[in-house]
Design a protein around this ligand. Structure first.
Ligand SMILES: [Zn+2]
Ligand SMILES: [Zn+2]
Length: 53
């Protein structure tokens, strides 16, 4: 299974400090890579539009 960052679409398994969590609103799986977290790039749930930092 590939885990692509929701912001930059890179495979996160090779990127440190990456996180996979469930959308607080709808439970959709959200993947973020360590690079985007470090840059504080906003994420947005593809399913319900819920977003955050
Ligand atoms: Zn990323
Ligand atoms: Zn959602």
């Amino acid at each position: 299974m590939t885990n692509l960052c929701i912001s930059c679409s890179r495979e996160v398994s090779t990127i440190a400090n990456s996180v996979i969590f469930k959308c607080p609103k709808c439970g959709e799986r959200i993947v973020r890579c360590g690079a985007c977290r470090k840059l504080s790039i906003n994420y947005k749930c593809l399913k319900c539009g819920f977003g955050g930092l």
